[in-house]
Design a protein around this ligand. Structure first.
Ligand code: SF4
Ligand code: SF4
Length: 442
């Protein structure tokens, strides 16, 4: 029987419409809008100003703390301005806007397709280079990768778990990277293993990607200590705690980090970015994203330069369908609606989903019938029906005691509720408030 996590989970319609579409390169934009905060943690600090000439790969904003990440130019040209512009969530955030001129890369970046397998850097050099290259978790979490590689004193990493489950419906970018860049990913994993001083890596892939499982398993035989673990398709298996439960059969306690059970989790796309940073001197300024939707002419996967407007990728996929009611950044379960097609794609853009009116219509909320379905699907063992009520009544102390902060915002509860109660919406509000209270206490 295939492995999966121990409690809860759902199986939404997969809709992997773009799975057969090989990665294509999106044309370079005319203007790139590059936000200085594309990661969890402190925003980077802009170090260029209007009129400066920049090349592809050049640092344009520097990390401003331990949990922060450098930002590099994805294009060559002239800085037009450094200004607050609207991002995907509708907030105005500082961005570096560059008028593109040609495509001039820093000379030390190796642009060849040659596979470089020999790893010459020490553990310390790898962690520093990953930090310098501005690599963040590419599964959507955007947590700076070098921080996860810096194991806290007193803790020991035993296993590197590679998140290649891509459990969100519709998204296929990780799937395609695995089919097209398997060797590079394996070397990236070896580099991560060296940085963590672990002898074992497990790549978790859901069994709705049999071609990726077969290919990665075959390629992994050339590399020691790396195994592929096929997993039952079950959302939200991409959650760190769920993936550790599925692949290692270890449970991360409430409020603890994966390192407590000897695990460090990195996304498969991140492993590829680490390969490029260490073996090719290439910082993170481009990545692969899926553009998809049932009405879209050409659901597909594209390698894009950070800062490219969303409208460019929609155009490349056949243009905006007339019936589009909502554009979601990320997958349908955990993604967030975009406010405009003029906002830029960033390091965290794993996909864009175009939804038609009938797919987005909210159904009327009915009274809870105490069926318990939300409880049985919650992968964190919470009681979502109760958390919603407590959040609504602003009972924050009880919310905290009932472990609201353990909620991974997977949306399984709202998805399954027969009374169509907006459980996650309320839980998110409650979490925000409890988080504020907890921070104020420190
Ligand atoms: S309470 Fe949170 S973790 Fe549990 S199902 Fe709902 S969204 Fe997911
Ligand atoms: S799934 Fe909906 S109706 Fe059932 S117990 Fe949970 S909140 Fe109530």
């Amino acid at each position: 029987m295939l492995k999966t996590f121990s409690i809860g989970g759902i199986h939404p319609e997969e809709n992997k419409l773009s799975a057969q579409s090989a990665i294509q390169e999106l044309p370079i934009p005319k203007i790139a809008t590059i936000p200085i905060a594309q990661h969890i943690g402190a925003p980077a600090k802009a170090i260029v100003k209007k009129g400066d000439e920049v090349k592809v790969g050049q640092v344009i904003a520097q990390s401003s703390g331990f949990v922060s990440a450098n930002i590099h130019s994805s294009v060559s040209g002239t800085v037009f301005k450094v200004d607050d512009v609207m991002d995907a969530t509708g907030f105005r955030r500082t961005s570096i806007i560059i008028k593109v001129d040609g495509d001039e890369w820093l000379e030390h970046i190796d642009r060849s397709e040659d596979l470089v397998t020999e790893i010459t850097q020490t553990k310390e050099e790898i962690i520093k280079r990953v930090g310098d290259a501005g690599i963040v978790g590419l599964g959507g979490a955007t947590f700076p990768a070098h921080v996860k590689l810096s194991v806290p004193p007193g803790k020991t990493a035993e296993v590197l778990v590679i998140n290649a489950v891509e459990c969100e419906p519709y998204l296929t970018s990780d799937h395609r990277v695995m089919l097209e860049k398997a060797d590079e990913i394996m070397v990236g994993i070896e580099i991560l293993m060296k940085a963590l001083e672990v002898k074992k890596a497990i790549i978790g892939i859901e069994n709705n990607k049999p071609d990726a499982i077969a290919h990665m398993t075959q390629v992994a035989t050339k590399y020691s200590g790396i195994e592929v673990c096929p997993l039952k398709t079950q959302y939200p298996q991409g959650g760190e705690k769920q993936l550790i439960s599925a692949t290692m059969k270890r449970e991360v306690p409430s409020g603890a980090l994966p390192i407590e059970v000897g695990a460090v989790v990195q996304n498969v796309g991140t492993a590829f970015a680490v390969y490029e940073a260490i073996q090719k001197n290439k910082p993170l300024f481009e990545r692969v994203a899926t553009i998809t939707g049932k009405s879209l002419k050409n659901p597909s996967n594209w390698k894009f330069r950070v800062g490219t407007p969303v409208s460019d990728i929609i155009e490349a996929a056949g243009g905006l369908p007339e019936d589009t009611a909502k554009i979601v950044g990320g997958g349908p379960m955990m993604g967030k609606a975009l406010v405009s097609v003029d906002v830029p794609l960033t390091k965290g853009s794993s996909g864009l989903l175009l939804l038609a009116e009938e797919e987005t219509a909210r159904k009327a909320t009915k009274a809870c019938i105490r069926c318990g379905k939300c409880v049985s699907v919650c992968p964190m063992g919470l009681e979502p029906y109760l958390l919603m009520v407590l959040a609504d009544k602003k009972e924050y102390e009880r919310l905290e005691n009932d472990a609201v902060m353990d909620c991974i915002e997977c949306g399984s509860c709202s998805f399954t509720c027969p009374a169509t109660r907006p459980l996650l919406d309320y839980i998110r509000l409650g979490k925000g408030k409890v988080g504020q209270i907890m921070r104020a206490r420190k």
